[in-house]
Design a protein around this ligand. Structure first.
Ligand SMILES: Nc1ncnc2c1ncn2[C@@H]1O[C@H](COP(=O)(O)OP(=O)(O)O)[C@@H](O)[C@H]1O
Ligand SMILES: [Mg+2]
Length: 412
């Protein structure tokens, strides 16, 4: 403005005036363009800041509702026992009493059914949401995810027993049609019994490794719980999980911890063990015979097992895993020396002859000891003398041929 006022106060000629005006117009047009560009820029900046603002506002709302949720009072857990109509439901709160309560309409009506767990408002006890079914964490812990690296080839001897277990456990899972064609109900499970250290747990590990089925591993004593009814609940949840994940193999090791014969129980602890056993018997009867759940039990003390657990229909096959004979011992020694560097003079059949009455675990210990002697003697490889010394060392007094179960052995 100042420029315009200052400069052409009196133009010399019309041409000059014309030129001068033309210049001014061009300059102003350029300026106009510049300003428009600036305006566009500023507008886009404004839009950006506005979206930013919206984003932050949203974030604030989210954080506010989060704070709200964290501050809200806890909900009560209950179990739905009956559904009266669309929005009236009878629930049992975790404390015991039963209530008739309203059910939030936002809940899927399909989920509202007896037995489901739900959360309830503290004051009105209205059902807020239905919780997914859950099992005890202990039951989830029983699933064997990384199967042990034991194959049938790692078991020395026991060919007949391995075949029997495979027939009873693997065959019905892999080829159920064979049983249907013949018209027999496939075995539900097998019970392995015999002296400690003969390979019962080992055999179950091999089954777990070789089948694609889900494998649940329980030790009998895990089922014995502190509170009344807890053991029975564990058994029930164990079998429910097995059914859900079928095909499944349930392996109950040391089953005598729950399966000991029912006597006149004197303490409440005994009675709780018996309740668990009864639940186990019911569960073994309960699922469909052709269902894909198989049970393997193992025990050192078949003599104290309850007769009910031994009757056909629970464990259809009762397989003895005996102490290894000469052939068995040779095979076990072969398995355990497979990875060892042996001297040419080592005669494993001689070792097998000298170890009459020893079980698989002891034979494995002998192989290890022989290796230790070789290391101590700084030999290049394991010599026959090392084996003889190992046999000598492990000949514990009382490790007799005949197997008499005693209290100590029960926990082997
Ligand atoms: N037949 C066998 N073949 C190879 N190793 C065996 C055999 N029996 C026992 N063992 C060895 O003894 C160990 C203990 O055996 P295990 O199966 O736990 O005994 P239990 O019959 O008491 O369950 C195994 O880990 C394995 O090394
Ligand atoms: Mg065992």
């Amino acid at each position: 403005m100042a420029e315009i006022a200052r400069q052409p106060s009196d133009p010399q000629s019309p041409e000059e005036l014309y030129r001068y005006l033309l210049e001014r117009v061009t300059a102003m047009e350029t300026r106009n363009l510049e300003l428009r560009e600036q305006l566009r820029q500023t507008e886009s900046d404004k839009r950006y800041v506005e979206t930013q603002k919206i984003r932050y506002e949203r974030e604030v709302r989210k954080l506010k509702s989060e704070i709200e949720a964290l501050r809200s009072p806890p909900l009560i857990i209950g179990t739905i026992t009956d559904v009266v109509d669309a929005n009236r439901v009878i629930v049992r709160s975790s404390a015991g009493p039963r209530f008739l309560v309203r059910c939030s309409l936002s809940i899927d009506q399909e989920l509202v059914k007896p037995g489901a767990r739900c959360t309830m408002n503290q004051q009105s006890l209205a059902i807020i949401e239905v919780l997914p079914g859950s099992y005890d964490a202990a039951v989830y812990g029983m699933e064997v995810v990384d199967s042990p690296m034991v194959t049938y080839a790692d078991i020395g001897g026991l060919e007949k027993e391995i075949t029997e277990v495979r027939e009873a456990v693997e065959l019905p899972l892999k080829q159920p049609e064979l049983f249907e064609k013949i018209g027999i109900v496939p075995p539900k499970g097998v019970l392995l019994y015999g002296p400690p250290g003969t390979g019962k747990t080992l055999l179950a590990k091999a089954v777990a490794h070789e089948t694609k089925a889900c494998f649940l591993h329980v030790v009998g004593s895990e089922l014995v719980q502190k509170y009344i009814g807890e053991g029975a609940r564990l058994v029930r949840e164990l079998f429910e999980l097995a059914k859900k994940k079928s095909p499944t193999i349930i392996f109950i090791d040391e089953i005598d911890a729950v399966g000991a014969s029912r006597t006149e129980a004197t303490t409440s602890g005994d009675r709780e063990v018996q309740r668990t056993l009864m639940q186990l018997l019911a569960a073994m009867d309960g699922f469909e015979p052709r269902g894909d759940v198989k049970i393997i039990g193992a025990t050192n003390r078949i003599d104290i097992l309850d007769r009910a657990i031994l009757r056909p229909g629970r464990f259809d096959r009762i397989i003895e895993i005996p102490l290894p004979d000469f052939q068995g011992r040779s095979a076990i020694l072969d398995v355990h020396t497979r990875m060892m560097t042996l001297d040419a003079n080592v005669d494993l059949s001689e070792v097998a002859r000298l170890t009459e009455g020893k079980n698989g675990a002891e034979l494995m210990a002998i192989c290890m000891e022989a290796g230790m002697f070789a290391i101590r003697g700084e030999h290049e490889r394991i010599l026959m003398e090392d084996f003889l010394m190992a046999v000598q060392k492990l000949s514990v007094p009382g490790g007799g041929k005949d197997y008499r179960p005693s209290c100590g052995e029960m926990f082997a």
